[in-house]
Unconditional design. Structure first.
Length: 289
């Protein structure tokens, strides 16, 4: 039994004993080694160990110190991989709240860790969002946003924004840039909780402007322009007009906003005019089937 087998067995046993909600793997591990009922996710951005420079063998103290420092750096990045993947999968409803077990394997090291995802900044932001919009709606929008961020449309990167909640006020503070593609369609065909409606949302993400969604999850408009005063919005100066407008509308109304950056594939969450959390689409995990 090699090291990977031992670590996988230990991870499964630990997860079973603490009743973990999932196992998150960071590193190059054979997926077939995981024979268990728990969901197993593989972090999409595993850390790789690299020796930064060679040290003469006679400098034992310096060599040992560098090895220790390298292990610490690898561990910190790998743990972050696990934490990010776990929080994202919990945020979109793929795993339950509670403890997850992380299995970390680099070129030179391996470890099994236990991570409680309840204190993650992303999940804390979600709890605040849920004061305005139900968790099911937020999760559905996040899933769509992450798919757009990671895949774009027809191979091209896409940027867009979703404004959710306080429908009447948001509609009054915005206007249509183009003909509204959702006008005249029954609510059943505009509800984001219905998976067969999500493909059209990804198609219309190519349009300029934003999506307007009610707190019940019904899309009321796409290609909408926000009439807001973006002055005094305290967000990253490098973000574009779509992000600034999305932040501003959440300051002026009781809505929340989720944006997708065309460059970089970052999903951001705004409330009360502030960026509450961000998700890098590369931090998503791939589930073992």
């Amino acid at each position: 039994m090699d090291t990977a087998d031992i670590l996988v067995k230990s991870a499964i046993e630990t997860a079973t004993q603490i009743k973990a909600t999932a196992i998150i793997v960071s590193g190059d591990v054979d997926r077939n080694l995981f024979d268990c009922d728990l969901p197993v996710y593989f972090a999409a951005n595993p850390s790789r160990n690299a020796v930064e420079s060679l040290i003469p063998l006679d400098e034992e103290e310096g060599r040992l110190k560098q090895i220790v420092n390298q292990i610490q750096r690898d561990a910190a990045v790998s743990i972050e991989d696990v934490e990010n993947a776990a929080s994202i999968e919990q945020a979109i409803g793929n795993i339950k709240k509670g403890n997850v077990v992380g299995l970390i394997i680099t070129d030179d090291s391996g470890a099994v860790i236990i991570h409680n995802i309840s204190g993650n900044p992303l999940l804390k932001a979600l709890e605040k969002f849920e004061q305005r919009v139900s968790p099911e709606i937020i999760r559905a929008v996040l899933k769509i946003a992450l798919e757009i961020a990671s895949m774009g449309r027809e191979g091209s990167p896409v940027g867009t924004a979703f404004i959710i909640g306080d429908l009447e006020e948001v509609m009054q503070r915005s206007h249509q840039m183009i003909l509204n593609p959702y006008s005249g369609h029954p609510e059943d065909e505009r509800n984001i909780l219905k998976k067969n409606n999500r493909e059209s949302i990804k198609e219309f993400a190519l349009l300029d402007g934003v999506f307007i969604i009610s707190k019940e999850g019904v899309v009321h408009a796409a290609g909408r322009y926000l009439d807001v005063d973006a002055k005094d919005i305290g967000i990253n100066k490098g973000l574009g007009g779509r992000h600034v407008s999305a932040a501003a509308i959440t300051r002026d109304t009781v809505s929340v906003a989720i944006t997708v950056s065309e460059s970089g594939g970052t999903v951001r969450m705004f409330m009360d005019g502030k960026e509450m959390a961000s998700i890098e689409c590369n931090d998503r995990a791939i589930r073992k089937h």
